[in-house]
Design a protein around this ligand. Structure first.
Ligand code: HH2
Length: 279
């Protein structure tokens, strides 16, 4: 079974980590409402584990483009009936939130990773909290906020700018007391990016891995995959998601945040079997 240390060393050991997504939200872009009921959420978490998820990422706030945010109290209310049972499934649990209060609640319930799509910028208490609790953190790049991020995003050199941003946020996390060894970096696929930006970031994964930390990518079911494949329904982007993850894996990414765990586990098994044979 995958431990937190396995996840934090996955860039060196080249052991892929599949992070299954559990959205306890009424409005997520691809599965909103499906797991809003606590029993349905826990049942879905069980399915993700059966399918081979190494870690479960639980979120109670949608960050889809245009969304306005959900207060900490409401996030905690949504999580309360779900998190303890999910932690009991025996996989490391990550909490997807930008709020220190929500992160504290989740860490108390047994979560071990804080997945902050604002990389510690939305709530200045979040990085000190993670430091204090010995939690790992995911620092993700986003241009703007979920409300405005998809309005004409522009970069001169998207990979260089995202790399520079992640390096600075890693410095901020270390300054707040988070050991560098507990940090995971994420280019934030779809967060203030056009199709070309997302492709450049996947192609440039190696430049992000050179920062010395595991790189997480989260292309799962996102709109750019629809643009590439013509699949307009998010649930039809399962194969496209696995392909995007494999492209990033081949370039050094080692943590994959996906809705469809089984498809990616199978794709990685085949890729790694071929890789393991001398050609
Ligand atoms: N993407 C989403 C949410 N959280 N966290 C990280 N680290 N990386 C990502 O790419 C990422 C993320 C958006 O996807 P989803 O959870 O499916 O949708 P929503 O935000 O609408 O709940």
């Amino acid at each position: 079974m995958t431990t937190l240390d396995d996840i934090l060393s996955s860039h060196r050991t080249r052991r892929p980590v599949v992070m299954g997504i559990l959205n306890v939200t009424p409005d997520s872009f691809s599965d909103g409402g499906r797991f809003f009921d606590s029993a349905a959420a826990v049942e879905h978490a069980r399915l993700l584990v059966r399918e081979g998820a190494d870690v479960l990422d639980v979120g109670a706030e949608s960050t889809r483009p245009g969304s306005g945010g959900v207060g900490p109290d409401e996030q905690i209310r949504r999580l309360a009936g779900v998190l303890p049972a999910v932690v009991d499934l025996g996989r490391p649990v990550s909490i997807d939130t930008t709020s220190a209060a929500v992160a504290a609640f989740a860490l108390d319930a047994g979560a071990v990773i804080v997945n902050d799509v604002s990389a510690g910028r939305a709530d200045h208490d979040l990085l000190p909290l993670a430091a204090d609790r010995g939690a790992a953190v995911v620092l993700m790049h986003m241009l703007g906020t979920p409300r405005d991020m998809q309005i004409d995003p522009r970069y001169d050199d998207v990979v260089a700018e995202v790399r520079e941003f992640l390096a600075r946020r890693m410095d901020a996390a270390v300054a707040a007391g988070v050991p560098a060894g507990r940090i995971i970096l994420d280019p934030g696929i779809g967060f203030g990016k056009t199709l070309e930006h997302n492709l450049a970031l996947l192609a440039g994964t190696g430049r992000l891995v050179s920062l010395g930390r595991p790189v997480l990518v989260g292309p799962s079911r996102k709109r750019f995959l629809g643009a590439l494949t013509g699949q307009d329904q998010p649930e039809q982007r399962v194969v496209a998601t696995a392909a995007a993850c494999l492209a990033a894996w081949a370039r050094g990414a080692s943590v994959f945040r996906v809705h469809d765990v089984s498809a990616l586990v199978q794709a990685l098994a085949v890729w790694r079997a071929v890789d393991g044979v001398a050609g």
